[in-house]
Design a protein around this ligand. Structure first.
Ligand code: FES
Ligand SMILES: [Fe+2]
Length: 358
């Protein structure tokens, strides 16, 4: 049996139900390649458009290793720039807020909202100094409804291509992205497992009955009940609410966008936006935002937030255990169930394609 996992090529192994090599979840060289081949070229969720309502509103994020600032300029358009000062490399903007101009904290060079260099103190006497060459480097910004995404490249392929059929699936499943406008809770924290462990976990509800007791009590987690919409790198699934008359809320929806963005939703009241970034091979940072419809009460919101935090906490606990197991390398490749964990096969195949692995 062991030979099947070592002699078979990676993608052929996947077709036979052998998962990615365990060591790839704990290897800094693999992570370096993932940053370069997967994270750096991909569209990254940057924030909700409500944070960018007025000219001068800005927010900062990263795409791969590239710091990015998104601003609403004076003509009302969103613009994204590489958030790196053209003087000596300090990040120009921090956090989010509203400014008339963007001023770097290091030596106070100031940039207009269109990225052009407005002022560089004491540069008047500098021979050959041309401010017009020293604007911020452009990046890309685009929206899926109120969700703002950035790409580190100025000539990035369209966001719509990266989304595949997710917008259509969301519409079909009754998720109206504009309905959830009240930001009720945020979290920013790290967990001790590889980012792929979370992707793998999000592909299946096979783990729901043993891991998520509370969730499985509220939703029908049997194979026949869970509906799945596979894209090529993205996917969506929905889990029906049991006994609609007795239990609060609506069906539970999950949307995954390659490589590191998830929407969890109850279309009648909220969506829970989640971005997760690798920090180290065994450490992943989660940034989460919980948006509700304005008509929900704070009590209701707190109950739903707690319900989700409980379920996600259970996933994290499983993930930390998986990471210890994978890191040992003693089970070279896991054997997953092609019939039950089809999306795992799909997403790991997409991973191999992006990484140039055959
Ligand atoms: S690095 Fe920005 S002003 Fe010097
Ligand atoms: Fe889970």
């Amino acid at each position: 049996v062991q030979s099947a996992t070592t002699e078979v090529g990676i993608t052929q192994g996947l077709r036979e139900g052998w998962s990615l090599p365990s060591t790839w979840y704990a290897d800094p060289h693999i992570l370096e390649q993932e940053i370069e081949k997967i994270f750096e070229p991909s569209w990254q969720y940057a924030g909700h458009v409500s944070r960018l309502a007025e000219p001068g509103d800005y927010l900062t994020t990263v795409a791969g290793m590239t710091p990015i600032v998104v601003v609403r300029d004076h003509s009302g358009d969103l613009r994204a720039f590489v958030n790196v000062c053209t003087h000596r490399g300090h990040e120009v903007a921090q956090g989010h807020g509203r400014r008339g101009t963007l001023q770097c904290h290091y030596h106070a060079w100031t940039f207009n909202l269109d990225g052009s260099l407005r002022a560089a103190p004491r540069s008047e006497n500098e021979p050959g100094f041309s401010p017009e060459e020293l604007g911020l480097v452009p990046a890309s910004v685009a929206q899926w409804g109120p969700l703002v995404f950035v790409n580190a490249q100025a000539d990035a392929p369209p966001l719509a291509t990266a989304l595949e059929s997710l917008p259509k699936q969301a519409t079909g499943m009754g998720l109206h992205l504009d309905a959830y406008t009240h930001l009720h809770a945020t979290r920013d924290y790290t967990v001790d497992y590889n980012w792929k462990v979370f992707v793998d976990n999000a592909t299946e509800c096979y783990h729901c009955p043993p891991v998520h007791r509370g969730f499985a009590d509220r939703f029908s987690v049997t194979k026949g009940a869970v509906k799945v919409w596979p894209g090529s790198r993205n996917f969506a699934w929905s889990v029906p609410l049991k006994d609609k008359r007795e239990r609060r809320g609506d069906d539970y929806q999950v949307y995954y966008m390659w490589p590191n963005f998830v929407i969890l939703a109850d279309k009648s009241t909220y969506y829970y936006l989640m971005r997760f970034d690798p920090v180290e091979p065994g450490v992943t940072r989660f940034i989460e935002e919980f948006y509700f419809t304005p008509d929900t009460s704070d009590e209701y919101r707190d109950i739903e937030v707690e319900f989700n935090f409980q379920a996600l906490g259970e996933d994290h606990e499983a993930g930390v255990s998986v990471q210890r197991g994978l890191r040992s390398g003693r089970v070279a490749r896991g054997r997953f169930l092609l019939s039950e964990e089809r999306l795992l096969y799909q997403v790991q195949s997409a991973y191999c394609a992006e990484m140039g692995i055959t």
